[in-house]
Design a protein around this ligand. Structure first.
Ligand code: NAP
Ligand code: GLV
Ligand code: GLV
Length: 316
């Protein structure tokens, strides 16, 4: 059967898929595939391995004439119209768990880079401005003892909280359901989103993007942040009203913000690029050799199982 992969992935799953008798076609360019090109290649494919940059809407799904599985090379699947895929009897899978630690590490990286002004320090040294140790040079904020607000207390939220807890912080969380692990392991309380935004010193967002969470962190929630608050978004840009957040940062109303994701990825708001109090990463939450290799293997495993008529390992 034919497997179409919309980008070359780490590891060597092509070999594995071929060993199992399948034909593999990979879009080999170093940029996201266009809709036309995707349809042309996936039309007669039995399995599609997609990226989060591929918007798999109803038009694309209508063009998948023999597809049995869309294996998304990501944990988030907001890029896929999963209800429409279900109607068409196409199984959708994602890559949970194996990227949780990598993504949690990026949340901590952003939090520390913001609180300790790592990027400003780096630029300072590179620009040869360092004239020796100084009492008031680049004073940041200490993480120890602070209140950490976790928005979205799922797999990644738990791993983020666990790491912050290592800094002797107090954890509070906002989530749909109560998470007993948070209460027992971290002594963390479930609070309203407004209370979390009001009380937290550092906030980490890792909630999936859905109709309900679009602009969940809006003007009403952003305007109650503490003057020294640090906001980290490793979920999806659209969860936050980015324009309003930029205004807060510009006016110095909060300490800083760390971004791994953006509202109009990969187009970054030019205002954001001018700000000194931000740390900007190019959506690299899961970008470790370990995670990205395992993610490819899991996609291949899901494809192999479904093409054999078995159930998928990680269906959404
Ligand atoms: P997960 O285990 O499914 O956790 C999601 C959590 O969010 C769950 O606890 C869920 O609550 C909660 N939630 C969902 N919708 C909600 C709503 N409307 N209101 C309140 N709580 C809500 O997912 P995960 O593995 O932690 O991944 C989370 C997200 O991180 C992904 O969807 C993806 O967008 C993002 N991500 C980003 C990167 C990156 O590279 N930056 C990498 C991986 C993932 P319940 O348990 O009550 O349902
Ligand atoms: C990355 O953003 C993912 O959802 O895996
Ligand atoms: C700093 O380097 C110190 O020794 O306090």
């Amino acid at each position: 059967m034919k497997v179409f992969i919309t980008r070359s992935l780490p590891g060597n799953i092509e070999k594995l898929l071929r060993k199992n008798g399948h034909t593999v076609v990979t879009f080999k360019k170093e940029y996201p595939i266009s809709k036309t090109e995707l349809i042309k290649n996936a039309r007669n494919a039995d399995a599609l391995i997609s990226l989060l940059t591929d918007k798999i809407d109803s038009e694309i799904i209508d063009n998948l004439k023999s597809c049995k599985i869309i294996a998304n090379y990501a944990t988030g699947y907001n890029n896929i119209d999963i209800n429409y895929a279900k109607q068409k009897n196409i199984i959708v899978t994602n890559t949970p768990d194996i990227l949780t630690n990598a993504t949690a590490e990026i949340a901590l990286t952003l939090a520390l880079a913001c609180s300790r002004r790592v990027i400003e320090g780096h630029e300072f040294v590179k620009k040869k401005k360092f004239r020796g140790w100084a009492p008031k040079l680049l004073l940041g904020i200490e993480m120890t003892g602070k209140t950490i607000g976790i928005i979205g207390a799922g797999r990644i939220g738990y791993a983020v909280a666990k790491r912050f807890k290592g800094f002797d912080t107090n954890i509070i969380y906002y989530n749909r359901s109560k998470k007993n692990k948070f209460e027992t392991e971290f002594g963390a309380k479930k609070v309203s989103l407004k209370k979390l935004m009001t009380d937290s010193d550092i906030i980490s967002i890792q909630i999936p993007l859905t109709k309900e969470s679009y602009h969940l962190i809006d003007k009403n929630h952003l305007s109650v942040l503490k003057p020294n608050a640090i906001l980290i978004n490793i979920a999806r840009g659209e969860v936050v009203d980015e324009k309003y957040l930029i205004q807060l940062l510009k006016k110095g109303k909060i300490h800083s913000a760390g971004f791994d994701v953006y509202e109009n990825e990969p187009n970054i708001d030019p205002e954001l690029l001018k700000l000194p109090n931000v740390v900007l990463l190019p959506h690299i939450g899961s970008a470790t050799v370990e995670a990205r290799t395992k993610m490819a293997q899991l996609c291949a495993e899901n494809v192999l199982r479904v093409l054999k008529g078995k159930s998928a390992k990680t269906p959404v």
